[in-house]
Design a protein around this ligand. Structure first.
Ligand code: PLP
Length: 372
């Protein structure tokens, strides 16, 4: 039986165009782009063309694009590489949250839908603040941030601070050209939009200086040393190009499927609580709390039935602690303990929704019966 994959927020299957774009760089075009012979120049041309294209798709200048190893690296670099106090909402991905905490930064609360509290944000800002990082889309619950409102507060209260956004969960759903002009810096990760794992982008607006995490060969104009992942960069470019071209149509298609998934689950079961109103979140995100259920037990049964979903973010699953995101949104232990994230994407079909509803409803009922 086909696996029902409802975990696109954890990672996406690679798009065929991305696989095709990678292959030549594992054979004929294997050269190191930093070399001086013509094979090296060929590889360098591939990097230059990718940079131009990625810049166009994000809406920045080619010189503002830094190719990095993953979303975590991009986030870490901005938080660690800027002097002054870092600030972020408490619901950030750990790739932002942990370095902010490690540097003694300030954490800001959110409302019940996961939106950063703008008054608290304003209170946390002063001229000691070096970087403010606010995610564009939350990886657990799918909340979309009003970055224009965030930017207004940050520019007014800490005009010298760098405003960064972790846009890792945004590429499939939001036109990045609407995000980039609002911020000084953003991060992307190829495996969230049909590209390979282990490659990402950090944009840095001209004039913004961030210390490198990796020093050595001086690649990426001293901003990120290390031999380029040419195959990964070419594949990421192909994946983002296709994602951008189909974004609007995929948003409509997947919103319809997501709504059906949640509506049918709510019809089939009592105690299905949607954590974020649908008009505040991305189209592919279905996130609910199932009253009286422990996520770990449910995920085990779903796995047995070849249905892939998740509880909190992938990195945190397996941990018994309730999600830091749901806790910050005001969910108590009981409800937060029954969180289920089903995230849709490019390969999701109607059959996946039918099977998802059937298997989740059946196993939630089973767990509730056995607990009674
Ligand atoms: N930021 C967000 C919002 C994410 O969802 C993820 C991945 O789950 C990351 C950062 C980390 O990206 P990567 O897996 O490329 O390190």
């Amino acid at each position: 039986m086909r696996v029902t994959y409802l975990d696109h927020a954890a990672t996406t299957p690679m798009r065929q165009v991305a696989i095709d774009a990678m292959m030549p760089f594992f054979s004929d075009r294997f050269a190191n782009p930093s070399g001086s012979h013509r094979f090296a120049r060929d590889a360098r041309r591939a990097i230059d063309e990718s940079r131009d294209q990625i810049a166009e798709l994000i809406g920045v200048e080619p010189g503002e694009v830094v190719f990095v190893g993953c979303g975590t690296e991009a986030d870490n670099q901005v938080i660690s590489g800027v002097a002054g106090v870092p600030v972020c909402p408490v619901v950030e991905h750990h790739a932002v949250l942990h370095p902010v905490e490690a540097r003694g930064g300030r954490l800001v609360g959110v409302d019940a839908a996961g939106h950063v509290d703008l008054d608290q944000l304003a209170d946390a800002l002063d001229d000691r603040v070096g970087v403010v990082s606010v995610m564009a889309v939350n990886n657990e619950v799918g909340t979309i941030t009003d970055l224009a409102a965030v930017a207004e507060v940050v520019r007014a209260r800490a005009p010298r601070a760098i405003l960064h956004t972790d846009a890792v969960q945004s590429a499939c759903w939001l036109d990045l050209r609407t995000i980039a002009p609002l911020v000084d810096s953003l991060s992307l990760s190829a495996h969230k939009f049909g590209g390979p794992k282990g490659v990402g982008v950090l944009t840095l607006r001209h004039g913004v200086t961030v210390d490198p995490l990796l020093i050595g060969g001086g690649q990426e104009r001293e901003r990120r040393s290390g031999t380029h992942n040419v195959a990964g960069i070419a594949a990421m470019t192909a994946a983002l190009t296709e994602t951008d071209a189909h974004r609007e149509i995929e948003n409509d298609r997947l919103r319809t499927l997501r709504d059906r998934l949640v509506d049918e689950l709510s019809d089939a079961l009592d105690g299905v609580i949607e954590t974020v109103p649908r008009d505040r979140k991305v189209a592919g995100s279905a996130h609910v709390c199932l009253d009286g259920i422990e996520s770990e037990s449910l995920l085990y049964l779903l796995d047995e039935a070849d249905v892939c979903a998740s509880a909190a973010s992938a990195c945190a699953s397996g941990a018994m602690e309730p999600s830091h995101v749901l806790s910050a949104m005001g969910f108590g232990r009981r409800l937060a303990g029954g969180a289920l994230r089903m995230s849709l994407g490019q390969t999701t079909t109607e059959a996946d929704i039918d099977r998802g509803v059937e298997v989740v409803a059946e196993n939630v009922s089973r767990l509730r019966r056995s607990a009674a």
